[in-house]
Each structure stands twice: as structure tokens, then as C-alpha cells.
Design a protein. Structure first.
Length: 126
């Protein structure tokens, strides 16, 4: 439990009322650096190539995740969750997919995160 005091307060607010408690495993969610890389590098490269805005490219890429192949020769993985809910591991797997897809389908070179100065990119929280 990451916030026992907050949990206790929330329980006190429910006194005399019904409620449910859900326990789910902790997953490290994608980081601001991963968002910077995605929006500032991956999306920007696709947008430039396609001649559209970054938001239009983001929408196209987020639709592409419905056809995401997590490993070669595996069936299509249909991800039903929003991109913003993916873990850091799921997100990096998806970035690998987009780099490979961009290269094979469009001849794009998309640098890896360690090849980019992420600090120079703007903070993006979505």
C-alpha cells in the first residue's frame, strides 16, 4: 500500500455507507521521459513524413496499436486499454514496434531514446 494514511481517510469518509475495495497489482506506468520521447521524437517524425500535425499523427499511431504485434510471428495483440494506461514495459515494447514499423513500411529512421536529448524536449503529461 503506497498511502496508508490516505486509505484510512477514505475509509473514514465511507463510514456508515457501502463501498468496494479493489486490489490490483502495482504496475509502473509510463514516465514523462517516455511521453517526451513519443511525442517529441516518434510522433514528430511520423507527422513530418505524413505531412500532418503532431496530433493527427498521434491519433493515427494510437489507432495503429490495435494491430500491434508484441513479438515476431505472434498473432495480433488487440490492446483495449488507452495508451496512457500502459506500463513502462508495454510502452517500450510498443516503441520498438513503432520504430520497426516506421522503418519497414515508410523507410523512416526513428532514433532510440538513448540517442536523443530528452531533456531538450517539452514536458508532456498525456
Amino acid at each position: 500500500m503506497s498511502d496508508p494514511e490516505g486509505f484510512k481517510k477514505n475509509c473514514e469518509n465511507l463510514e456508515g455507507k457501502g463501498g468496494y475495495i479493489s486490489v490490483i497489482p502495482f504496475r509502473k506506468m509510463k514516465t514523462n521521459e517516455q511521453n517526451r520521447y513519443y511525442r517529441g521524437v516518434v510522433v514528430a517524425i511520423f507527422a513530418d513524413y505524413w505531412g500532418c500535425t503532431n496530433e493527427e499523427a498521434h491519433q493515427a499511431l494510437s489507432n495503429e496499436h490495435l494491430k500491434y504485434y508484441p513479438k515476431p510471428n505472434m498473432p495480433v495483440l488487440i490492446k483495449s486499454t488507452a495508451l496512457s494506461e500502459w506500463s513502462t514495459v508495454e510502452w517500450e515494447d510498443y516503441m520498438v514496434f513503432l520504430r520497426n514499423w516506421g522503418a519497414s513500411e515508410f523507410g523512416l529512421y526513428i532514433p532510440e531514446p538513448n540517442e536523443v536529448d530528452l531533456e531538450s524536449l517539452p514536458d508532456i503529461y498525456h
